[in-house]
Write a protein that binds this ligand. Structure first.
Ligand code: SAH
Length: 278
């Protein structure tokens, strides 16, 4: 492991009996925060999700690893069990790092785990992370806001606790009100989501990007439209984890696909929004 020295001394100590609930970012270890790195170096035990890669866990060679997540389509460990496990580990005097993909409070059930810690009187700290719906899009060359496109962003989940497309979303309202939509966990129910948005009046030619394994070596970006997205996801065999971004900001990738440019490609269109630059 690389020896890195964190800047001077006043970094918080992960004390025995405490839990730090940390975001690990979307995948690229370089997108960890310094607080997350500081936690990795102190933890006795790291309780992590499937989205946290070995490259990140390797920063904590001293720590026991406990996997608490979904893998290979098997049902996830029950949320209550995970939360109580954190309590038990803390009560056993461990320095506990609970590491979750992206940001723990963005579709990550971090709030539920923190509530359980509060109920059991376990001291904890929250360390935010870079969420896939922002940082993952940035790695695809898509700014989640762009002044000439959107002044708001709507973050949605593609399924709820039951695993179904979320029944509580008012698709009519979203369709009318949301300038740019960023959908987490949207692959499985992409057909329902696309149909609901189209039925509510969203144009079929609206640009869509699907970014899978964002920030990781296996990152794939599919550029499509709302009307074609379902067929194109199937043809391109896009698998979770993936973010769907629906909106004209997606066009900016034509100019800002910095990863392809770094690999030698020229930008496709310096003014993808078609503005009059005269
Ligand atoms: N707390 C996480 C989200 C957890 S929900 C965050 O803030 O990013 C899991 C979903 O996040 C996945 O289904 C996918 O939609 C998205 N996701 C997480 N990591 C991703 C990645 N590297 N690439 C694309 N999508 C990702």
């Amino acid at each position: 492991m690389n020896e890195t020295t964190l800047p001077p001394s006043d970094w918080p100590e992960l004390k025995p009996g405490c839990v730090w609930l940390c975001g690990a970012g979307p995948g690229d270890p370089g997108l960890l925060t310094l607080h997350a790195l500081n936690a990795l170096r102190q933890a006795d035990v790291v309780v992590h999700d499937a989205l946290v890669s070995d490259a990140i866990l390797d920063w904590a060679p001293q720590a026991e690893r406990i996997f608490a997540g979904k893998r290979g389509g098997k049902p996830s460990a029950k949320q209550a069990d995970i939360s109580l496990r954190l309590v038990a580990l803390a009560r056993a005097g461990k320095r506990v790092l609970r590491l979750k993909g992206g940001d723990p409070f963005v579709f990550g059930r971090g709030g539920e785990e923190a509530q359980t810690l509060v109920q059991h009187g376990v001291p904890f700290r929250i360390v935010p992370g870079i969420s896939a719906g922002i940082g993952g899009l940035a790695y695809a060359g898509i700014p989640v806001t762009h002044r000439e496109v959107n002044q708001s962003v709507t973050f949605l989940t593609g399924h709820d606790q039951t695993g179904e497309a979320p029944g509580s979303i008012d698709w009519e309202a979203v369709s009318k009100g949301a300038q740019v939509l960023v959908v987490y966990m949207g692959i499985k129910h992409a057909p329902v989501i696309a149909a609901a948005l189209l039925a509510a009046g969203r144009p079929a030619d609206e640009p869509v990007a699907v970014v899978s394994n964002a920030t990781l070596p296996g990152q794939k970006v599919l550029e499509t439209t709302l009307g074609h997205m379902v067929a194109d996801i199937a043809t391109a065999r896009i698998e979770p984890p993936a973010i769907l971004c629906i909106g004209r900001n997606v066009l900016m990738r034509q100019a800002l696909d910095w990863q392809s440019m770094a690999a030698g490609a020229a930008p496709r269109d310096l003014d993808p929004l078609g503005r009059d630059t005269a």
